[in-house]
Design a protein around this ligand. Structure first.
Ligand SMILES: Cc1ncc(COP(=O)(O)O)c(C=O)c1O
Length: 419
């Protein structure tokens, strides 16, 4: 397969970025188009882990005070930088599920119709949370394209009267704003959905969705996992109420790190009902009788963080900060565009948003039974992944055009053999 023409601007966009390839040993061992599942480990992530181990070995518990608390604060700053907010507004979490669960834990009063929270939110926002402050808002809306944990938080609260509404996707790629608008009503507490769908890589119009939510007095909770490190994000401009994300994928930081940002007024108005001593305003007072929650983002933190994971993540974040999200986005989207073009030319059924302005890092290929195709590619050293009914290809800034072309070329006979 030949790469006949480069996407526009590509030469300018990739010059320089491929110099980072040697930082990723995995790239010399495989053709890795699976960053949407797990970003490759950069050398600086390993160095940061060594730094943690050295400190532990040399200093024992005093490393908490001399180094580790500062490292956690620096990770909050990194996450804040990603979304255009100060690190002090960020809560660290071990994964997005915990981050979402702590928000969900705080929303009980909204679901049950207890007036205090609704009234406080109405005051904080300057718009009505509910036309009737005691009205019950049992509903949360998500979509069929969202990551399961986003819906599961609310299904787990069914016994508390919470109802989950799952909007279908008419085209298998996105859910139109009009469908959200039709579904949101005065019984809706929140919309919880992805900034970028993990299934299709489609970018959601969060600003448009926030307007619809707020018109109806509902919160917008966004899962930014497939956006962070790829889509320049300013949560204040988007007007979202809660934003969660983590380091597994486009932040090259591995497992064990996620974060929650809440709009400060919402943070102040909501009290978590699951918590831990890292959320305490007086953490080192060791006061078992009183819970004074922190007044900043830490209000929604839990217990002892996975410090080694935080160190590794800071390695990935230093790379993202060095390159910049705009440059990462431009290069990634160009590779996605190439991927779509080559797959279409080869007659492979592509399931992806064609407009690069609304696509992040995933190009899906529809295959009824994807697992054997993914396994066959893996046996050739070509790493992609499968979700029900699709193969996900996710070239990142460190991939080359040749790698994309080689994977498409290898997929064609495998997909055709299964049709
Ligand atoms: C969109 C999205 N949300 C969430 C997750 C992961 O959630 P958690 O951090 O709870 O494992 C993933 C991938 O693993 C994802 O792609």
């Amino acid at each position: 397969m030949t790469i006949t023409s480069a996407p526009s601007g590509q030469a300018a966009r990739d010059s320089g970025l491929l110099r980072y390839r040697p930082e990723f040993p995995l790239l010399s061992a495989t053709t890795y188009l699976n960053t949407c599942s797990l970003g490759a480990l950069p050398a600086r992530g390993r160095h940061k882990l060594d730094e943690f181990l050295d400190q532990w070995e040399r200093l024992g518990a005093s490393a908490w005070y001399s180094h580790w608390m500062d490292e956690l604060a620096a990770l909050r700053d990194d996450f804040g930088w990603l979304i255009g907010r100060p690190g002090s507004e960020v809560a660290l979490a071990p994964n997005v599920s915990v981050a979402l669960a702590s928000v969900a834990s705080a929303m009980g009063p909204l679901h049950s119709g207890e007036p205090t929270t609704a009234a406080r939110l109405a005051e904080a926002w300057g718009f009505a949370v509910s036309p009737r402050p005691t009205a019950r808002r049992p509903r949360v809306i998500t979509t069929a394209l969202d990551f399961p944990t986003v819906g599961h938080q609310w299904l787990a609260r069914r016994s508390l009267g919470v109802e989950l509404v799952v909007l279908p996707s008419p085209d298998g790629l996105t859910v139109p704003l009009a469908d959200f608008e039709a579904a949101i009503d005065e019984r809706t507490a929140a919309v919880a959905t992805g900034h970028v769908y993990y299934t299709t890589g489609a970018v959601q119009d969060l600003a448009g969705l926030a307007r619809i939510c707020h018109r109806n007095g509902a919160l917008l909770i966004a899962d930014g996992y497939q956006a962070s490190g790829l889509i320049p994000t300013d949560v204040a401009a988007l007007d979202v109420d809660a934003y969660v994300s983590g380091t597994l994928k486009w932040l090259f930081g591995g497992p064990g790190n996620a974060f929650l940002w809440l709009r400060p007024e919402i943070r102040d108005a909501l009290d978590p009902t699951t918590t831990g001593w890292f959320s305490s305003a007086r953490q080192f007072a060791f006061d078992v009788e009183h819970l004074d929650l922190a007044t900043d983002g830490r209000k929604f933190e839990m217990g002892t963080p996975a410090v080694p994971a935080a160190f590794i993540a800071r390695g990935g974040m230093s790379l993202v900060r060095e390159i910049g999200v705009e440059a990462l986005h431009a290069r990634t989207v160009d590779l996605g565009t190439l991927c779509i073009r080559l797959a279409e030319e080869a007659g492979v059924p592509v399931q992806a948003v064609r407009d690069p302005a609304w696509r992040a890092g995933i190009v899906a290929i529809a295959v009824a039974d994807p697992a054997p195709v993914v396994a066959a590619l893996a046996s050739q050293g070509r790493i992609v992944d499968a979700r029900p009914g699709i193969i996900r290809l996710s070239p990142a800034f460190y991939n080359t055009e040749e790698e994309v072309a080689a994977v498409i070329e290898a997929i064609v006979p495998l997909v055709n053999a299964r049709e």
